[in-house]
Design a protein around this ligand. Sequence first.
Ligand code: BGC
Length: 764
Amino acid sequence: MAVISKSEDENVKWNARWITKKDPKTFESNGDWMVKKFVQSYALYFRKTFIIKNKEISNAKIHISGIGYYELTINGKRVGDKVLDPAQTDYSKIALYSTYDVTDFLQTQNAIGVVVGNGRHIKAYGYDFPKMIAQIEIEYKDGKKEVLASDGTWKVSHGPLTENGIYFGERYDARIEMEKWDRFDFDDSNWEEVIETKGPALSPEIMPPIRVVDTLKPIKMHSPKDGVYVYDFGQNFTGWVKLHVEGPRGTEIKLRYAEVLNPNGTLNFSTIRNAEATDTYILKGGEAEVYEPKFTYHGFRYAQIEGFPGVPTLKHLEGRVVHTDVEKVGDFYCSNELINNIHRNTLWAQLSNLMSIPTDCPQRDERLGWMGDAQLSAEEAIYNFDMLEFYKKWLKDIQLSQREDGALPDVAPTYNAKFYPADPAWGTAYITIAWYLYWYYGEAEILKAHYESMKKYVDFLKNNSENGISKLGKYGDWCPPGSVFPKRTPVELTSTFYYYNDVLLLSKMADVLKEEDDKSYYSKLAEEIKEAFNKRFLTPNGYDVIKMSPIDQGTGQTSNILPLFYDMVPQESKKETIQKLVNLITNDQDYHLDTGIVGTKYVFDVLTENGYADIAYKIVTQESYPSFGYMIKEGATTLWERWEKLMGGGMNSHNHVMFGSVDAWFYKYLAGLSPINAGWKKFKVKPYIVGDLNHVSSSITTVRGKISVSWEKASNAFKLNLSVPNECKAEVYLPILWGKYLVSKNGEEIFKDGKQEADRLVFD
Ligand code: BGC
């Protein structure tokens, strides 16, 4: 099914009205941690019939949106393969619509059927009950045109999909299915007329949709209790299960989901917190039935069946992997299996958290667009996937959430005033990700589109600082070992670092956009913040910050990592600062990190750039706590929220992507690939040959074509293969391992030398 993608300025002329049901049946369900109870509605079934007589269609398309989520059929046939559509936005302001080519769906007598569920369009968020809008535009071969738009003449009813909500799950009663409800001949005399209602502005959905991208077979099944069957899919992921069943009418089957098991083999629900995460299916009976949910999703590795008629087998359940269907553009593989596994787990964690917005986690009662998690993992995401349209849309969500005074929330789209103002390490997502879109995709337009709003945000940061030190912040270097709150890195330090980051990036953006006055204003402001930062936090003993409270433990690694990342450290203190960081890692922590999500993002780059790539490698390949290897040894198939394996209450998700920033280091420093200027026109190939690593191969499909690099260390040779897209230049740094090297370009020998230091070769 072709989805017609539309450019944003090619706006539809809407004649259609938003429609809904007069008094939808409602139910209460558990909500997220901000709103404990949700009022949600039964799914609404809409239909409309129409006749096309004596006319030949040359082209027909439909524009449609239904919030929270819709599913469209025409004459009983499903249109498109998007699920959980439309992409999430702030529904009080905007909803996205899709356009489908439906030429082949139409006949003389037609019926349109649309099911609409809650999604996040929930009363407790200040929204209303489900509603939809649609418009079919038909062009006939004789040149005539016709428009059929949703209005008060459509019909609506409740149906078999009764309760639904993203945290709650679904309840589907197949006994009350309305056979052929979306066909022309269906008798809808007991359906109600819809009511027209108000709705948000509409904008075309351009980003890649959410789809069912894969189907997993369970690897095992066991029964921890009578009548309870637990399936293991061998992988933590986002989606749902598809049930195959045959049994007596009225049999009620409950499907439950969890990331981990209790020691007795039952599901451990502690990581889903208040999310009910239960799908209930009631059999109509008599024949083989297949069920999978439509308007909810879960984060899980294990799924449980209760109430199955008889004993189920591995064949009765399949895992449906669901996420925004971004294109994979990066590949990374190396000779160290642990690193390959960290890479693999990062990809699963990343994809599990692309649910039309970048979410923190897919399983518990949150699944929110936490901006800190997103900005820290964005480079990793960009190396691995084509994220351009996804982030462009999300930057708009952020822009829309900006307050008059310039403040941004921690979470976008946002639902609650409590999220304002953002911790600067979260709010920075706006500026940092806009900059990445310029840097990795060469998108200067995006900088222009957000420039004024970003300036407003930076002004807000400035208004909330005192003598160059940020007064904002709440989470800081979140989730270091043994804690959720930062330990020896004060929030003030992280916040001021991001204040500096944002002002510095804004000055670079001003340069790109040729805003000369702004460029000098923000460059000067950045200098002032840097000075203030050093005045406040630099001691004769590096960035040593006194304990914030008597219970604070920790080494303060992050306090030293951050200023080194941006070269904020005065020249005369640089050596000691690096040495201090190295000591904090090697002597104090025996080559382990003591960092939260913020420090972890920068530590590997900082060590590598300052001559300690081997230490970075040693940390990354650790298997004892706290480390990535430890997570894997303990059975992780994604990344955890915490360095600890937690199975009790609290902050204990087993599928967060915020520590996934490490994956960008694999591409940048092990494969050695990074842009020298925007959009990869010129890029660096500078692999670090560390530890026992003797082979890396990687490729990235950039906006200018595919770059591939692989290197191999044999007993007396170092071999590097590189392929450079036509439009690009590569600057290659070869490591000197044995004092001699030989370079051939397209098979021809062009360079041979025996220097003692890494040389730089430029390939056109
Ligand atoms: C989320 C995090 C988020 C944090 C903010 C949590 O509940 O899951 O990932 O960034 O709150 O402190």
